[in-house]
Design a protein around this ligand. Sequence first.
Ligand SMILES: C[S@@+](CC[C@H](N)C(=O)[O-])C[C@H]1O[C@@H](n2cnc3c(N)ncnc32)[C@H](O)[C@@H]1O
Length: 245
Amino acid sequence: MSSSFPQQFWTGLRNWWREQAQENGAWNATSLLARNLWAFARESTPERRRQRYGDMEYDWEERVNTSSGTVGWRTRLLGSFHSPYQPTDPALFREMMSSLPIDFGEFTFVDIGSGKGRTLLLASEYPFRKIVGVELIAELHGAAEQNIRIYKSPTQRCTQIEAICADACEFVFPQTPLLLYFFNPLPKAGLRRVLRNLEQSMERSRLPVWVVYHNPAMDRLLEASPALLRTGGTEQYSVFTGKNL
Ligand SMILES: C[S@@+](CC[C@H](N)C(=O)[O-])C[C@H]1O[C@@H](n2cnc3c(N)ncnc32)[C@H](O)[C@@H]1O
């Protein structure tokens, strides 16, 4: 995204408002906007900023920059209209991967809303054929590119990693077996669009698809998809497979 911050802000606000008002009515959209801005102000206190540094351990160990503590206020404000950046906990990521009965070497891993790219680095511990991250916000995407460049680990088994700065709603899914990863990636209307694109892509390719949905607040949308079947998970995540498997 190369537009200036004020442009990104007004575009984000306008699109967000339109979707919320359509979905829930203008009154509810206004009150949600007030709640989001209040949450942004609360998250800006020094106390909350210190708390966000609680996710730093992975960065210290791997000498990368994936923490939410170092995200600037502009990006956090934009996050109020999309979804705020928060990196995945490494132990949980590994638990989610170990729950999948797949041959990683056949699959492309795609993180929808990849932020600073922590999951792209974590996924590279598995021998995926390729790893792709799609992130809307330029500051986060830039950090992901830098992380991919500097990451060095003896446990790395995939080096084909691509970070793309784009709206995930427009993302064209690669025509290979796919493992998709969602962690609060986008609001309801956006998630619906991503699912519709996925369904059309699956219709064309008929290749295996798995979806790991971390913090599955909108599980129902995936359950309602004619292309996906829920096969497992816990309270923290859900696992879906393509019905064409
Ligand atoms: C909760 S964070 C997850 C980050 C990363 N997947 C991880 O697990 O470490 C959600 C990310 O989705 C991004 N996002 C929100 N809307 C998006 C969109 N329409 N297209 C691409 N990324 C988006 C946000 O900027 C944020 O970085």
